[in-house]
Design a protein around this ligand. Structure first.
Ligand code: SF4
Length: 361
């Protein structure tokens, strides 16, 4: 069991964050925010995949005004991602957004920050202080070693943390505490170190992510290591996997990270062997077919969320592993042995294997 860090409870629409609430999954739309139907249809796909909260980029007043219409078409909380112009935050709040993300690196004027904070307080919505290694708040950026200023890959974790804490102080002085913090770098160790450090200094919920993590495969690896390492330490209240890919892929990757750590379950889990020279069936194809079948049932109300299904390629380790799962199959030549709760049920042909496993579910 992972012992989660105690954090302050913050609400984003109907989703709780921190205070022991389940780690939520969020992602961002990747179409023009002012194109209401395109945004709404992308959000519907993301929600069906398991997304809890969605963020849209607000770069114009038109985008901010579109929020009102997007919200009418969706059923999950909406966050406005704001850079540079505080007026976009004010307009998004007016449109009924559920949370604001601002970047301390490009919104530095105290009076502008105060206006956003006052509006958020009045609307009873939280604000995420979203620090990126590419945009650090105040003087810390210029304290980098000579010749390194401006090279964001050299921003140290402690500078990163100080920047967020100093920014949060402005909010606290305005008696605003519905804060979420993120400290994202594209470098995994710097990201992990920064989050570990800030988790010792404040109790605000933390939004985890490795930014600009790269193309799909590399991004999944970097995000899983960075986000996973922190979650294992009990750090993190919401996660976003950033991938240069469809946002649905980000949601699926986030679900896999959470379910691998038993923090949340979304459907039956397949435990399959890697296969080797002993395997005499096409296990890759069999597992893919099973995965496709399960993805159809995972979000049904009756989904067997805590079930484990072992699919093993041979009789060497297969029966042992299959017995440890709730249900399982260990293949031999041309057939497979079905197991349920450690007991052999029957022998089935390879072509009937998936159907028989699904019947056991
Ligand atoms: S279960 Fe059998 S086929 Fe699969 S990896 Fe182990 S020895 Fe190889």
């Amino acid at each position: 069991m992972i012992k989660r860090r105690d954090t302050r409870l913050v609400k984003i629409g109907g989703v709780k964050m921190g205070g022991g609430a389940p780690v939520s999954i969020q992602s961002m739309t990747k179409v023009e925010t002012s194109d209401v139907s395109a945004v709404a249809s992308q959000i519907k796909r993301m929600k069906s995949a398991g997304c809890d909260i969605v963020r849209v980029a607000v770069k114009t007043i038109k985008d901010a005004q579109a929020i009102r219409y997007i919200k009418r078409k969706i059923k999950i909380p909406l966050i406005a991602d704001i850079h540079f112009d505080y007026r976009l935050a004010l307009e998004s709040i007016k449109s009924g957004v559920d949370k604001i993300r601002i970047n301390p690196g490009n919104m530095k004027k105290r009076e502008e920050i105060a206006q956003v904070v006052h509006a958020a307080k009045k609307a009873k919505i939280p604000i995420r202080i979203g620090v990126n290694s590419g945009s650090i708040f105040t003087q810390y950026a210029i304290r980098l070693p000579a010749g390194k200023a401006g090279n964001t890959r050299d921003v140290h974790a402690d500078i990163f943390v100080k920047s967020a804490i100093e920014y949060a102080k402005i909010f606290e002085e305005l008696d605003f505490h519905d804060i979420i913090i993120s400290l994202k770098a594209s470098d995994v160790s710097r990201t992990v170190n920064a989050y570990k450090e800030i988790s010792r200094l404040c109790d605000y919920p933390l939004h985890l992510g490795v930014t600009a993590s790269g193309p799909y495969d590399l991004g999944i690896v970097k995000s899983s290591i960075g986000i996973g390492a922190l979650l294992l330490d009990g750090i993190g209240d919401t996660i976003r996997v950033s991938l240069t890919a469809d946002p649905v892929e980000e949601v699926i990757a986030a679900k896999r990270i959470l379910s691998s750590l038993n923090l949340r379950k979304f459907g039956p889990e397949i435990l399959s062997c890697p296969t080797c020279g002993r395997c005499q069936v096409n296990l890759v194809e069999i597992v893919k077919e099973l995965e496709d079948e399960l993805s159809d049932i995972s979000f049904q109300p009756s989904a067997k969320k805590n079930i484990t299904i072992a699919v093993m390629g041979c009789e060497v380790n297969g029966p042992g592993e299959a017995k440890e799962a709730d249900i399982g199959i260990a293949f031999g030549k041309g057939s497979g042995m079905l197991f349920k709760k450690g007991k052999v049920i029957k022998k089935v042909s390879v072509s009937n294997a998936i159907g028989e496993l699904l019947k056991l579910l």
